[in-house]
Each structure stands twice: as structure tokens, then as C-alpha cells.
Design a protein around this ligand. Structure first.
Ligand code: ADP
Ligand code: MG
Length: 351
């Protein structure tokens, strides 16, 4: 390959909003046969908003019984305030959606103390005297030892079936609100090595087990160009795969909207495991490109780069951009398609 032609190719790519790290990157596009796409912020806009109508709160008369759906009430101010406060310390799109809605309705929010971000799971902190956590139900009941009644679980599933991301707000019992007679010793500690055991000292925040208080439903929209980009990838002989930490139901909903097969959806993948998904596809013989935007995606982008190509959204995290071979200045999946087209066309001219 003549270096000049490759440089011309890179120049052409740049005009299309595609920044290529070096001319040699063009070469890698030839064999590319699989494109893994991060869902949030790549296939979708990544600008989530709280669907207040769909949010539900555990009512005053809530039972943990089976028919408890009727005990769910519309989201009240206190639940939104606590959730908004914890999430104000996170930059996750779910967090941004919840905090924005809380500020809009309630103005200033309390400042959380002792905030922890549990990557790909949720967040926790102390807000005023309350222990508060927001995140995936499985994480809350497992690691966090929270109590999540059946009605809350089914509300989460119902929201997920409509393609939403649904998370649960759990709050430590306080005063008369949670009439907990037992300290529930087995439940609280569970397998948690983290902050669940902050139960020392009389001035410590309440240490009663977390109880689900509300279901928060957030929605994102698919980028208008994603469907066409997926079709174009197929035409180029590239199999599209959707990768996300989000729930399977929401992921399949997005996949169906853009034309990705349900069998090619990899959902509920923890940030640390995204890279393994790429490595597994490579082990099966695929030459994998990966498009992503998040801090979470950096390792997967680098893994894709070992053999295929990593594409970062220009609007994405700096670490993602550093890890990628190609940056898509125009934040759209079709920029990735353009990158592959230009590269292949350049290579054809050269040969
Ligand atoms: P993605 O692959 O969509 O970027 P992540 O791995 O960041 O997803 O997160 C996976 C899931 O973990 C989210 O869909 C959400 O359920 C939960 N989660 C992550 N961060 C938060 C947060 N700040 N608040 C609530 N839930 C969160
Ligand atoms: Mg993302």
C-alpha cells in the first residue's frame, strides 16, 4: 500500500467526521466481519429522561404479599428527593435523568455523604439520616441486602418490557416510617463487604435494612440513523451485535427497533466483562470492531483494537477515545459505516 493513498484515505475520512489514528488503521477494516455496538449513547442518544408517569412508589399500606401491585402509588416528592440527591453525585445517564427530574420538581437537593458508585449496578450514599441506594433490583437484594417486594419487582419487569431502564430506590428504615423490631442480622450483612456494615456508633445513620421505596423508570431514544446504519453494516458483510450493561428486556427492545437479531444481544454485562465479550467473539474467529462511548467501554475498545478496530464516539469519555483507533466526530453510528466504506474504498484504489 502506498502511504500517500492511505493518507488521502485518512483525509477523506476526516471530511466525513471520522478521525483515524494512523493510516495503517485503514488496513484493519478489510477483514472486519462483526461490529459490536454499545447500546446507551451509541445506538441510542444516551440522553435519558425520567418517565414520571411510569414511576411507582410503595404505598403506605404496602404488603410484601403476592397481590401487592395495588399498593403501588405514583412517585411522591420524598422518594424523588432522595433518589435525586444520591444520583447528583453520579454522571451515569440514569443518574442525570433522575437528578434533572428531581431538581425540576423540587429545586435544590440535599448533598449526599459517603457516596459510592457501584459500576454497572447502582449508587449508594447517606442522605440526611437515611441510607439510600438506587440501582438494579438484583444488586439491591444481593450485595446490598435490601428487601424488594414482589410488587416492586413486577413493576420493574413491566417497565423493562416496554424498553425502559427501571431501577429501584431503597431506603434504610427511619424512625416510625419503618417499624422494624428485629435487626434482621442474617439479612443485612449477607455477602456484602462494603458499606452495609457501617453500623457502628450511635450517631451513625440508621442501619436498618434497606427497603424498596420506589421504581424509577427512565427512557432513552434510539438515534434516528441507527436502523439504517445497522442495515448498511449487513450490506458490508458485517454482523451487528448489541452490547450493554442494561437489562435484557430493554436491550432486546432496542435491538428489534434497529434490526439486530435477539441472538446477537449481549445484555446485563458488567463493565469489567465487556472486554471478555469481544475476546470471546475473537476466539470464535470473528474480526471484531467495537463502537462505544463510555469509560466502561475503554477496555473493550482496546480489545477490539488488538485485531479489528475500536471506534469511539467523539462525544464520549476521553479514555474511550484514547483506547480507540478511530474517533467518530459526528456522533452517529453511520459515521462508523462511513469509516469502513472509505477505508475499504481506499484500499481498493491502492491495490
Ligand atoms: P450501559 O452498558 O448501558 O452503559 P452500565 O453498565 O453503565 O450500562 O449500567 C448497567 C445498569 O446498572 C444500568 O442499566 C442501571 O440499571 C444500573 N446503574 C448503573 N449506574 C447507575 C446509577 N448511577 N443509578 C442507577 N442505576 C445504575
Ligand atoms: Mg455507553
Amino acid at each position: 500500500a502506498t502511504p500517500t493513498a492511505l493518507l488521502v484515505g485518512s483525509g477523506r475520512a476526516a471530511q466525513l467526521g471520522v478521525v483515524i489514528k494512523g493510516p495503517e488503521v485503514l488496513e484493519s477494516t478489510r477483514a472486519l466481519d462483526t461490529m459490536v455496538m454499545d447500546k446507551t449513547g451509541t445506538v441510542t442518544q444516551g440522553r435519558m429522561s425520567l418517565d414520571v408517569e411510569a414511576c411507582r412508589e410503595v404505598g403506605a399500606s404496602a404488603s410484601t404479599g403476592a397481590d401487592a401491585a395495588a399498593d403501588l402509588a405514583p412517585l411522591g416528592d420524598e422518594a424523588l428527593r432522595l433518589a435525586g440527591a444520591v444520583e447528583s453525585a453520579s454522571e451515569h445517564p440514569v443518574a442525570t435523568a433522575i437528578t434533572a427530574a428531581a431538581r425540576e420538581r423540587l429545586g435544590d437537593l440535599p448533598t449526599p455523604a459517603g457516596f459510592s458508585n457501584h459500576e454497572g449496578r447502582g449508587v449508594s450514599a447517606t442522605v440526611e439520616e437515611h441510607r439510600v441506594a438506587v440501582g438494579r433490583p438484583g444488586w439491591l437484594t444481593g450485595e446490598m441486602g435490601a428487601e424488594v417486594p414482589e410488587a416492586v419487582r413486577s413493576a420493574v419487569e413491566k417497565a423493562q418490557d416496554s424498553g425502559a431502564t427501571a431501577v429501584v430506590l431503597a431506603v434504610g428504615g427511619t424512625g416510625e416510617a419503618a417499624n422494624v423490631e428485629t435487626e434482621a442480622p442474617g439479612e443485612a450483612a449477607a455477602d456484602s463487604t462494603a458499606d452495609a456494615s457501617a453500623d457502628a456508633g450511635a450517631t451513625a445513620p440508621d442501619t436498618q435494612p434497606l427497603k424498596a421505596m420506589a421504581v424509577l423508570v427512565v427512557r432513552d431514544t434510539v438515534r434516528p440513523s441507527s436502523r439504517e446504519a445497522v442495515a448498511a453494516l449487513r450490506e458490508l458483510g458485517i454482523r451487528p451485535v448489541l452490547l450493554t450493561g442494561d437489562n435484557t428486556r430493554a436491550a432486546e427492545h432496542v435491538a428489534a427497533q434497529v434490526g439486530i437479531d435477539a441472538a446477537d444481544v449481549r445484555a446485563e454485562v458488567l463493565p469489567a466483562d465487556k472486554r471478555d465479550v469481544i475476546a470471546d467473539l475473537q476466539a470464535q474467529g470473528a474480526v471484531v470492531g467495537m463502537v462505544g462511548d463510555g469509560v466502561n467501554d475503554a477496555a473493550a475498545l482496546a480489545q477490539a483494537g488488538t485485531q479489528g478496530l475500536g471506534f469511539a464516539m467523539g462525544s464520549g469519555a476521553d479514555v474511550a477515545i484514547e483506547a480507540a483507533d478511530i474517533t467518530l466526530v459526528r456522533t452517529d453510528l453511520d459515521a462508523a459505516v462511513a469509516a469502513v466504506r472509505v477505508s475499504r474504498a481506499t484500499l481498493r484504489i491502492i491495490r
